[in-house]
Design a protein around this ligand. Structure first.
Ligand code: NAD
Length: 348
């Protein structure tokens, strides 16, 4: 569609609560929808919070499902839908990472229930209107504001159990949403402000949390940064970084957050010369060489640091570069086969 406006911004309608202990507000929040039969979806990592909530809901608990799976396979959704139907659920509460949130969105798509989510990682899906589902191994994505959780409850206490590797990769994954929003072609003053604040919170918070995983103030900074980064992901178009992660992840079935973590510094190094405003903003918080700062964070754990550590063969890089350059996402630096191959070789 041709537009005359140079800026288009839409505000998403979710209600957000944030604070230590905010999970205790969930039963009252459910009263806002008049929920009487609640389906509780919780990952095993959130078992204690789920049991606590079961006690608080009492007879309002209709059923519980504790097996959300990454990338929302439709067979798992069908199992959870059978529970919705058998129990007569009139609302869904999800507690967990992006996999639990994704299952909640898939149930909303099928049953139109109100969805309250309590995210326990920094994935950001809770504030995006996007659902990615897997059918016969193929991921399909749809976008609809009706998929947005109605309420998001961020409770920093539930992030304290994240191990160092998950903390790092999940936070760098969030940082990638904010950084790509800074150089997005459809950036607005709103996404610029959110992405700048998000990057600052994530960069400052991550160093502190890696030094002291129980630092509540730094964990809160990461959670707030992830919320803002998710909001950027919901509104701004993602570029080369997300396209590389998508093509590589699809071709070699690679772990999502680990892949984002090792790629981001290389894409930042490639793009910043062509993105002066993003470069200026990142330098305010990360000094002269933001790519080096991100690279040092990514190297500060014992997970995979290079594409070769993830099992990507060197002779597969050219084909990935060809596919990326053939249908490039919008990106500040031109997306040429040679340019992408250079980024991939550096990451390899
Ligand atoms: P995840 O939800 O799969 O969780 C990863 C692992 O961490 C799981 O084993 C989980 O049990 C554990 N875990 C979660 N929270 C924990 C905690 N606080 N302490 C200890 N362990 C914990 O991973 P994720 O990265 O949060 O989410 C990935 C999924 O989200 C993918 O399916 C991805 O496609 C989707 N996603 C969607 C969007 C979107 O906008 N639609 C955005 C980001 C991610």
């Amino acid at each position: 569609m041709r537009r005359s406006a140079t800026i288009v911004h839409e505000t998403t309608p979710s209600r957000v609560l944030l604070g230590p202990g905010a999970r205790h507000d969930v039963p009252d929040e459910l009263e806002r929808y008049g929920a009487r039969r609640v389906l509780l979806v919780a990952t095993r990592s959130a078992r204690a919070a789920a049991e606590e909530l079961e006690g608080a809901l009492g007879e309002r608990l209709a059923a519980r499902f504790d097996r959300p799976v990454v990338h929302t396979p439709v067979e798992v959704t069908a199992e959870a839908m059978a529970l919705v139907e058998a129990s007569g659920a009139d609302a869904v509460v999800t507690i967990g990472g992006g996999s639990a949130v994704g299952l909640g969105k898939a149930l909303v798509a099928r049953a139109g229930l109100p969805h309250l989510t309590v995210p326990t990682t920094y994935a950001g899906s809770e504030v995006t209107p996007v659902l990615g589902e897997t059918r016969d191994g193929v991921k399909q994505t749809r976008r609809d504001t009706a998929l947005l959780p109605r309420t998001v409850v961020y409770d920093v206490d539930l992030t304290l159990t994240m191990p160092a590797g998950l903390t790092l990769t999940s936070a760098v994954n969030a940082l990638a949403h904010a950084v790509e929003a800074l150089w997005a072609p459809d950036a607005t003053p709103v996404t610029d402000a959110l992405a700048t604040e998000s990057s600052a919170l994530l960069l400052a918070g991550l160093g502190d949390v890696l030094r002291d995983p129980d630092d509540l103030a730094a964990r809160t900074a990461l959670q707030q940064g992830a919320w803002l980064a998710g909001t950027c992901l919901a509104t701004a178009q993602m570029g080369l970084h997300h396209q590389l992660a998508h093509v590589l992840g699809g071709a070699y079935d690679l772990p999502h957050a680990e892949l984002h973590t090792l790629l981001l510094a290389h894409v930042v190094r490639h793009n910043l010369p062509a993105a002066p405003d993003a470069a200026w903003r990142l330098r305010q918080m990360a000094g002269d060489d933001p790519a080096a700062v991100i690279g040092a964070l990514a190297a500060s754990y014992d997970g995979p640091r290079r594409l070769r550590d993830l099992g990507v063969p060197e002779d597969g890089l050219a084909e990935v570069a060809r596919r990326v350059a053939a249908t490039p996402y919008p990106n500040p630096a031109p997306v040429t086969e040679d340019g992408v191959l250079a980024v991939l070789r550096a990451a390899w």
